[in-house]
Design a protein around this ligand. Structure first.
Ligand SMILES: [Fe+2]
Length: 409
């Protein structure tokens, strides 16, 4: 083979290596594998047996190996060249032959000795727009031949390919870091938000010695019922929060009125019945991420026949969330002890619901409520919510009997 033929063959080989390197670098493989393959290709092109790619860590001011071959475990190696030296190094667009004296002795600082220990012969900076990202270092050719000007050019082009990959990865990492930071911040805020709402619910329930946990039960029942009625996640979350806060207006009502065991005077009644409006006034000043919470609070004592309070709204004018809460609020009040009476049994409570069918309670809400209770009793749902909170056992046969007398849908 003539020298010209040999040169042509080498050129073709290197071109195909470059094409392969480009393909490898843009592949969606794991970054570590991409860098390792790129290093192996570079080493293969120069018949080198040892080599490594170092990435520059700007925060630590050091270079850390991200891929290596033939050097054993160098994972712990950190090369420092000094803050000013990185600015100098980036100016060297051509690969450095470490065996020559063509660059200042001080350029690599103490890293020069470390690189010597690693048998590094050629060093090529990895840069993008004068930003130093790292370098690739390889030892001499297996054949012992010197690196030619042509080799320098080839190594330089290969380094550019690797630089782009490193740059994209570094941008992605920065983005991921920012995303994680923002997500943590959002999660913390969300936790504080929920903690505050739960603290309010506890403060509301603390005023009434008989209704401990009432707000939490109304919240849980409302959410389950809304889900049964086909509400989406966001809407369910909204009514869950509304349930926790629906009685917040009671904070402004005298504790003795709330806990009074005997019938209330008309003044006391007016005071107690003012809590939905007070609650509305408090909550309408808060910008909730969910819709309708202030109105659900205001209208949770409305009745579908228009005899409720404070606005005496009729069925279609009462927000559907408030109609849900009106049912579960009354249901929980009936099935828990009160200052003026012991709790009703499930059957007695449902008889009350039946008696107030289409008067106090909306059938469009009662049917799904019955349906979800049946599903829970038959264990057709993964996480029953209402039945475990009741203070009695229910079975399917008895339940069907309860609902026999209900008007048909
Ligand atoms: Fe209430």
């Amino acid at each position: 083979m003539t020298e010209a033929e040999l040169s042509l063959e080498k050129l073709l080989f290197n071109l195909s290596t470059l094409a392969e390197l480009g393909e490898e670098i843009t592949s969606p493989k794991d970054f570590t594998r991409v860098v390792k393959s790129a290093l192996y290709m570079v080493m293969g092109s120069f018949s080198s047996s040892k080599g490594a790619i170092f990435q520059f860590d700007g925060d630590r001011g050091s270079f850390e190996p991200i891929a290596s071959k033939g050097l054993g475990d160098i994972g712990g190696v950190r090369l420092k060249i000094g803050a000013n030296a990185t600015g100098e190094l980036v100016k060297y667009k051509e690969p450095l032959d470490l065996s020559s004296n063509a660059y200042p002795v001080t350029l690599l600082g103490t890293a020069r000795e470390e690189l010597r220990k690693l048998d590094a012969r050629m060093l090529s900076c990895l840069t993008v727009k004068d930003e130093l990202l790292g370098f690739i270092a390889i030892n001499g050719k297996f054949s012992g031949e010197p690196f030619t000007q042509y080799d320098h050019q080839l190594l330089s082009v290969m380094s550019q390919h690797i630089s782009f990959s490193l740059h994209s990865h570094s941008l992605l990492m920065k983005l991921m870091h920012k995303y994680t930071e923002n997500k943590n911040l959002y999660d913390n805020l969300r936790r504080i938000y929920y903690d505050t709402i739960h603290a309010f619910a506890a403060a509301i329930d603390a005023k009434d010695s008989y209704t401990r946990g009432h707000s939490h039960r109304v919240s849980a029942y409302s959410a389950v019922l809304a889900r049964e009625m086909g509400w989406n996640n966001d809407e369910v979350e909204g009514i869950r929060i509304a349930g926790l806060l629906h009685d917040i207006g009671k904070i402004a009502v005298d504790k003795t009125i709330i806990n009074k065991a005997s019938p209330l005077t008309s003044y006391e009644c007016r005071e107690l019945n003012s809590h939905p409006v007070i609650g509305y006034e408090i909550l309408s000043k808060i910008k909730f991420p969910w819709k309708g919470i202030p109105m659900m609070t205001r209208n949770h004592h409305e009745k579908v026949d228009g005899s409720g309070y404070p606005d005496r709204l009729k069925k279609g004018d009462i927000p559907i969330g408030a109609r849900i809460m009106a049912l579960v609020d009354a249901f929980d009040a009936m099935t828990t002890d009160r200052p003026y009476r012991p709790r009703l049994s499930f059957k007695e409570a449902m008889d009350e619901v039946k008696d107030n069918w289409n008067k106090q309670f909306d059938p469009d809400v009662v049917y799904p409520f019955i349906s979800v209770i049946k599903k829970e009793v038959r264990r057709e749902v993964d996480n029953p919510t209402i039945v475990p909170l009741l203070q009695e056992q229910l079975d399917s046969v008895t339940l069907n009997r309860f609902f026999e007398g209900f008007p048909r849908a």
